[in-house]
Design a protein. Structure first.
Length: 198
């Protein structure tokens, strides 16, 4: 139990690394929290610094979800009865670290890329399905947040279609709710027709 708690804490700290801030400063930009939407995610970095910054930010945030899950899968042999729950906990801790980062006084991103990284490690076909949904939604709406919200709503469905793990399905429900909660202001602007388009 002590090892499990230690690993979960380590994953949370890894998830707390603000790649949006790191990338912005590495490319000579300023703190993204003071410009655009004020978010540290790839969408805001795209608006502020372009596609390169957005891609690097998305990659860093996604790997924060993928690597801990893959490591947990590698370290825990399949016969372990609690293996799937432990792997799901690692994925959840990574996303919580991103949304509530210790290094930034618990004010982080909205969890989209990191949640995607977790799903990509647990159920690649579910992740691919969500990528296609996101691309179609973005092409139709030209609104980043609307595409993210649609994918968040469909996340438990996609996981249920491509995984028979109850632990992973519960994780998908948790991540879906967390991402939707983080986008509550975007949802309000969408209803008012005030959300910026690409």
């Amino acid at each position: 139990m002590a090892v499990f708690l230690g690993v979960t804490l380590l994953v949370y700290l890894l998830g707390s690394i603000p790649f949006g801030l790191v990338v912005s400063r590495a490319l000579g930009g300023q703190d993204p929290r003071n410009f655009g939407s004020g978010n540290l995610g790839a969408a805001n970095l795209y608006r502020l610094l372009g596609i390169k910054a957005a891609a690097l930010t998305f990659l860093g945030d996604a790997l924060k979800g993928t690597l801990p899950v893959l490591l947990a899968c590698f370290l825990l042999p399949p016969p372990a009865p609690w293996r799937e729950a432990a792997v799901a906990a690692a994925g959840g801790a990574a996303v919580l670290g991103h949304v509530f980062p210790l290094y930034l006084k618990f004010k982080g991103g909205k969890g989209v890329a990191t949640a995607f990284g977790v799903v990509a490690a647990l159920a690649p076909w579910a992740a691919l399905t969500l990528v296609l949904v996101y691309a179609l939604a973005l092409a139709k709406t030209r609104i980043f947040s609307a595409s993210a919200l649609i994918c968040a709503w469909l996340l438990p469905v996609a996981m249920g279609l491509f995984s028979d793990s109850k632990a992973y399905l519960l994780l998908a429900g948790f991540l879906s709710g967390l991402v939707l909660f983080c986008h509550r202001e975007n949802l309000e602007r969408l209803f008012k027709g005030e959300e910026p388009r690409l």
